[in-house]
Design a binder for this molecule. Structure first.
Ligand SMILES: [Zn+2]
Length: 218
């Protein structure tokens, strides 16, 4: 268990990867830490720079529900705790971006992931990490106008993404961030499998938003 205290695993720490590692493969065993390191290594160099510049390159894998873990981090940093409703939502999440502390938390051992094989689990954890980094970029960099267009953007999003966001019960004002974060994770997954350019399944407007918000250049 790595929770507690204030020791944060930094992807750019000595145990972390160097920048500019483009060709990597998924690690061979189910280890959430390794999966997040892999996810970080896979990011385009420009995205790592952006995440470092907004202070979103720190992450930690924890085994407790994330709302509870977040409040422990916030408490030890002397920050205001998340309200019970926010904590409860986050307790069900696979990953959270704690903006106040500039850190992404990833849940290891989530009950919903029980029984997945190693490769599936690692891909899932990597997608959670990409989602959270995409989310952090969106929160810091998304222009105001698309933020007010969440409902419309959700309609334009790839069907799987739209359904997931609706079913998860996000507030309408969160839709745009969620569309960007989910699309970012999908684009990263496609990228590590060799896909480049705008995918045919992605709407032009959302692709443009990815370029603006995350500096997506493939
Ligand atoms: Zn999100």
């Amino acid at each position: 268990m790595q929770r507690g205290g204030w020791s944060v695993a930094r992807p750019n720490s000595p145990r972390g990867p160097p920048h500019n590692v483009e060709a990597v493969t998924l690690p061979g065993r189910a280890n959430a830490d390794e999966a997040v390191v892999f996810a970080w290594r896979s990011l385009p160099a420009r995205h790592k720079q952006l995440l470092e510049s907004i202070g979103a390159s720190q992450w930690q894998v924890v085994r407790t529900p994330l709302g509870t873990a977040a409040n422990e981090f916030l408490e030890s940093a002397g920050e205001r705790l998340w309200l019970p409703a926010v904590r409860r939502d986050a307790d069900r999440a696979f990953g959270v971006w704690i903006r106040e502390l500039r850190i992404v938390l990833i849940r290891d051992g989530h009950p919903k992931l029980a029984g997945l094989n190693d490769a599936t689990l690692e891909e899932f954890i990597a997608r959670v990490a990409w989602h959270e980094w995409g989310h952090a970029l969106s929160i810091e960099r998304c222009p105001p106008e698309p933020l007010g267009q969440g409902r419309r953007l959700l309609e334009l999003a790839p069907p799987g993404i739209g359904e997931r966001i609706r079913e998860a019960g996000y507030r309408v004002q969160d839709y745009t961030h969620e569309v960007i974060a989910e699309t970012y994770a999908l684009l990263m997954l496609r990228r590590i499998k060799g896909g480049t350019g705008k995918p045919s399944w992605l709407d032009d407007e959302i692709y443009g938003l990815m370029q603006t918000t995350t500096d997506w250049t493939d």
